[in-house]
Design a protein around this ligand. Structure first.
Ligand code: FMN
Length: 161
């Protein structure tokens, strides 16, 4: 299948995450285009989309929201699978404790895409930095690669069933 992977990033961590997801999707046999959320007139006939935004004050950022509204509103996107990704801050050593508060952009990307009629492939996916502006927590890049691989397998299974 052909996938569009879109990110907005301030400090570069989102790009690392989506590129790892894209590698996993490719390993699973998909063809993937990675693009910044500032891009317009994407064209191409895609079968699924991955959208990532950093979190700012509990919210997704404008460029990601605008990309969804402007580029993914075409009726041809309706019913197509998406993966919503958000990056955010979680104080070191708190993994699993306050995760509902961090990386809330993941939920907002999810809700915005779902409202536009796309179909979630999975729950919102959160990735964490250990200080406000990074770096990524250890293991987040490999977790993203693994996510790409498993999502890729799921997409393949769904398209042949
Ligand atoms: C001013 C500011 C506000 C932030 N607010 C939040 C927040 O409310 N929740 C959160 O999880 N992370 C927050 N962060 C952390 C960012 O989400 C983090 O820098 C970003 O996800 C890193 O991704 P990027 O390198 O792709 O920009 C904030 C960071 C800054 C600089």
């Amino acid at each position: 299948m052909k996938g569009l992977v879109v990110y907005h990033t301030k400090y570069g961590h989102g790009k690392i995450i989506v590129e790892a997801i894209a590698r996993g999707l490719e390993e699973a046999g998909h063809q993937v285009t990675v693009t910044d959320a500032g891009a317009r007139d994407i064209g191409g006939d895609f079968d699924f989309v991955v959208v990532d935004s950093p979190t700012r004050m509990g919210r997704m950022m404008g460029p990601a929201r605008r990309f969804i509204k402007q580029e993914l509103s075409d009726p041809s996107w309706k019913g197509k699978p998406f993966i919503a990704v958000g990056t955010g801050f979680r104080p070191k050593g708190t993994a699993g404790k306050f995760d509902e508060f961090g990386a809330r952009s993941a939920e907002q990307v999810y809700e915005t895409l779902e409202k536009q009629g796309l179909k979630p492939l999975m729950e919102p996916q959160k990735f964490f930095v250990e200080e406000m502006k990074g770096p990524l927590e250890d293991g987040e890049e490999s977790r993203a690669l693994e996510l790409g691989r498993s999502a890729g397998q799921e997409l393949s299974a769904a398209s042949t069933s």
